[in-house]
Design a binder for this molecule. Structure first.
Ligand code: MSP
Length: 511
């Protein structure tokens, strides 16, 4: 039996409510998961929350709560957002759960038994916001975090260390043997040169606060939050409580992460796993960051985009579509109201929405609301057919590269072609001229093209795809359809009743 396809998002810190950056990764993972399910794979799609660490402890303290109260409160915001975005995750992990604490202690023990953990003293810098250890050179004279720019803190405490230095060569060999492990490839090069620059042993415990998982046999120490957090991926797969399932699900096929946390996933995580003897994930894909109207998103600037507000105004599918259509996955992008409205009016309203509404409108008008029976095809019909059948191939290729923008480009090129087909075939003139058979053929080609489009856009804009599916008269739910049926031409049944319905994507005025 084929292995379950396992896709993950990062687990989100609960010190803050979700914003579009978080929504981005989770939407991307959902699209992959839905696409795989359509392709017939068994899928395990995991997301969750990262609830331990000094940052969470401090933020809780500042708001007069216990850390777990903060976590219990914020986790609802994340779960609520995933529901509103129609995210179909198979599990949701919280690092405070018992199953996870057990898993982290077990992983720690395995690494310890391998001789890769020793007790020492950490004396250097720490960024609480990024929960990351930093050297003198990294913080510079200014004493700020090179990643987030916040002031760093001096630490001097007893600490357990992981012999990361031991894994420098094994990691380099691993990257060499698995050229697709880190993507995009320019990120891979960055990681490789970082590792070649030399790896210091990594502090993996803290004693100066207590909100974390205590170290087995030395409870004064809590396990470093990144060691804890990364282990979520194996916990949810069944480690160590259900090893049969674990062996079926692990390794992860793809960890989706933002570029800021690539190092943790592409260096620390594989090193921990190598040490413990567990298999390594197959791929880590780092996406870029969103700015807002050209500026870095930040609380102090007050420009953090609230995904709930975007969904209230424009709908979940619009947000899903915009984030994946606007920017090549892997590069940075800019979120702006103008760009968002441009995509809605252009791609969704004029492109897809218009195609569906005019096609179904004509069937209503010229064919009594039923899919007509086609006659013999003409050259343009055959071009539409050929392009439609080639679309699945393009989509699969793009999805294998995790290039959502390429997938959407291909689909929208096809939508443009079909809209052109309507203009050139001019069903209204055929009707006027009484060319019934030709008219029926054109209308049939349109429904067939729309069937394929609906199926292929389903992973991206599931609610709209479901609606289109229903409108073209298919009774079985789209989610139980298989992508293989987008490789077949002629599946739509003449005689099916269509439903014109209202506007799928209303246009917006850009202010
Ligand atoms: N808790 C860690 C991840 C642990 S995974 C084992 C963490 N959490 S986070 O909540 O701070 O960030 C989660 C994700 O959100 C990261 O992948 C990060 O890249 C992403 N983003 C945060 N701001 C973002 C943008 N402005 N744009 C795009 N993604 C952004 O890190």
């Amino acid at each position: 039996m084929a292995k379950t396809f396992y896709v993950t998002t990062p687990i989100y810190y609960v010190n803050d409510v979700p914003h579009i950056g978080h929504a981005y990764t989770t939407i991307a993972a959902d699209v992959i998961a839905r696409f795989r399910r359509l392709s017939g794979d068994r899928v395990f799609f995991l997301t969750g929350t990262d609830e331990h660490g000094q940052k969470i402890e401090r933020v809780a303290l500042a708001s007069g709560e216990r850390p777990i109260e903060l976590a219990d409160r914020v986790v609802l915001r994340f779960k609520g957002l995933w529901e509103r975005l129609n995210i179909l995750n198979d599990d949701f992990i919280r690092t405070t759960e018992e199953r996870h604490q057990k898993s982290v202690r077990e992983l720690f023990q395995m690494v310890f038994d391998r001789g890769d953990i020793y007790l020492g003293e950490y004396e250097d810098w720490y960024c609480v916001f990024d929960e990351t250890f930093l050297t003198e050179t990294q913080v510079g004279g200014e004493r700020v975090c090179p990643d987030c720019g916040r002031p760093v803190e001096r630490l001097k405490e007893e600490s357990y260390f992981f012999r990361l230095s031991r894994y420098q060569d094994p990691l380099l060999e691993f990257y060499e043997r698995n050229p697709d492990f880190i993507q995009p490839s320019f990120r891979r090069n960055e990681v490789i040169s970082f590792v070649k620059g030399g790896l210091r042993d990594l502090s993996i415990s803290r004693t100066s606060f207590s909100w974390g998982i205590p170290i087995p046999n030395n409870e004064r120490h809590v396990i470093y939050v990144w060691f804890d957090a990364l282990a979520n991926y194996i916990t949810a797969a069944g480690f160590p409580h259900d090893m049969e399932r674990f062996n079926e699900v692990w390794p992860a096929d793809i960890h989706l992460v933002g570029k800021d946390i690539l190092r943790f996933h592409a260096i620390y995580w594989p090193a921990f796993l190598m040490s413990s003897g567990l298999p390594l994930p197959r791929k880590v894909f780092a996406h870029g960051w969103w700015t807002v109207e050209g500026e870095k998103m930040s609380k102090s600037k007050g420009n953090v985009v609230d995904p709930f507000a975007v969904i209230d105004e424009f709908g979940a599918d619009v947000l899903r579509f915009f984030l994946l259509r606007e920017v090549p996955f892997g590069l940075d992008g800019d979120f702006s109201r103008t760009a968002l409205i441009g995509r809605i009016n252009g791609d969704l309203a004029n492109g897809l929405g218009n195609l569906v509404s005019r096609s179904l409108g004509m069937i209503e008008k010229y064919s009594e609301g039923r899919v007509p029976k086609p006659g013999l095809p003409e050259p343009f019909d055959l071009i539409v057919k050929e392009k439609a059948l080639d679309l699945v191939r393009q989509l699969e290729e793009a999805m294998n590269e995790v290039a959502f923008h390429k997938a959407l480009n291909a689909i929208w090129d096809f939508i443009a072609l079909v809209n052109k087909y309507v203009d050139e075939s001019a069903p209204w003139s055929l009707h006027k001229a009484g060319k019934k058979e030709r008219l029926d053929t054109v209308l049939w080609v349109l429904v067939e093209a729309i069937r394929i489009i609906a199926l292929l856009v389903y992973p991206f804009i599931p609610k709209s795809a479901e609606e289109i599916w229903k409108r073209i008269g298919i009774l079985e739910p789209i989610k139980s359809e298989r992508i293989a049926n987008a490789r077949k031409w002629g599946l739509i049944n003449p005689g099916s009743r269509i439903e014109k319905g209202g506007s799928l994507f209303p246009r917006y005025e850009s202010k």
